[in-house]
Design a protein around this ligand. Structure first.
Ligand SMILES: [Zn+2]
Length: 281
């Protein structure tokens, strides 16, 4: 993990190996935490590494409902803010994929395939009490803490509930999972055309620094790379459908855009199949 102090008001936790990024906004009146990682233990370790005490955190923002952005919520006693649909998606997940029954079933599957991951997940489940955002907003929220202005802006795309956090004075953008830097994106709750449009919206911020949801700090070229990946993969998959090819046949095409590295290679084919399904609806 790299802990990057971007300017006097922002710390970014950049964790391409561990998984998800997160960040802190420092103000004279306390700290705002952007996303809470995938477990209480994980988020505690970030705060400890940055020397920020839990009691200093005055507000938490969940940029979207995915577990790797929200499952550390329970350690905070301050308000947790998210888009209204983020709260609704978390409430729904608690009845379905986050129910005790489903989580135990997931753990049982993991025990068969990856013992080390299973051990970590069992430890997380032992103390996990999924904590919901208590404050919601609609399109855009403009706030201020200790004289530092911040905006939380609903954009959707990667998920219907996704919001970005913007600091207008420092011109720093927490882009959340609208950006996966240097790797295949996770797209299985996504509206792909909206995502492609929203990447254009991110360019308009003209940010001095961008903290993506996953991967290294990035700039305009990474946004363009991801937009090209989504656009070309979407169009090529549509072309396969028009030519009457099956999803299996489409996934064999070597002409799709690729990201280097093995770690997320399985996502490449899964993404093509997801797009095939959406385009066939
Ligand atoms: Zn996500």
């Amino acid at each position: 993990m790299d802990i990057i102090r971007i300017d006097s008001h922002v710390t970014a936790f950049i964790r391409p190996k561990e998984g998800v990024n997160a960040g802190l906004i420092h103000t004279p009146a306390g700290v705002i935490m952007v996303d809470t990682t995938s477990s209480p233990a994980e988020v505690r370790s970030l705060l400890e590494a940055s020397g920020v005490g839990l009691e200093e955190v005055r507000l938490v923002v969940n940029t979207h409902s995915h577990s790797d952005h929200t499952w550390g919520n329970q350690v905070f006693s301050c308000p947790i803010l998210a888009h209204r649909t983020c709260l609704e998606r978390m409430q729904s997940a608690l009845q379905h994929e986050w129910s005790q029954k489903e989580l135990q079933a997931y753990l049982a599957d993991l025990e068969k395939t990856d013992t080390s991951k299973a051990n970590d997940f069992r430890n997380t489940l032992k103390e996990l009490r999924i904590s919901l955002p208590g404050q919601t907003f609609e399109e855009r929220l403009e706030g201020e803490l200790g004289g530092v202005r911040y905006e939380v802006i609903h954009l959707g795309g990667h998920t219907p509930d996704l919001s970005v956090v913007w600091l207008p004075e420092a011109r720093v953008l927490f882009a959340s999972d609208l950006i996966f830097q240097g790797r295949y994106p996770y797209i299985f709750d996504a509206d792909i055309p909206t995502w492609i449009t929203r990447l254009g919206t991110l360019l308009e911020f003209n940010a001095a620094a961008i903290i993506p949801g996953h991967g290294m700090m990035c700039g305009e070229s990474e946004i363009l790379t991801l937009r090209e990946y989504l656009q070309n993969t979407w169009e090529l998959t549509g072309e396969h459908i028009r030519q009457g090819h099956s999803a299996d046949e489409a996934a064999l095409d070597a002409g799709y855009p690729r990201f280097p590295g093995e770690k997320y290679e399985r996502l490449h084919q899964a993404n093509i199949r997801y797009m095939y399904k959406r385009l066939s609806e």
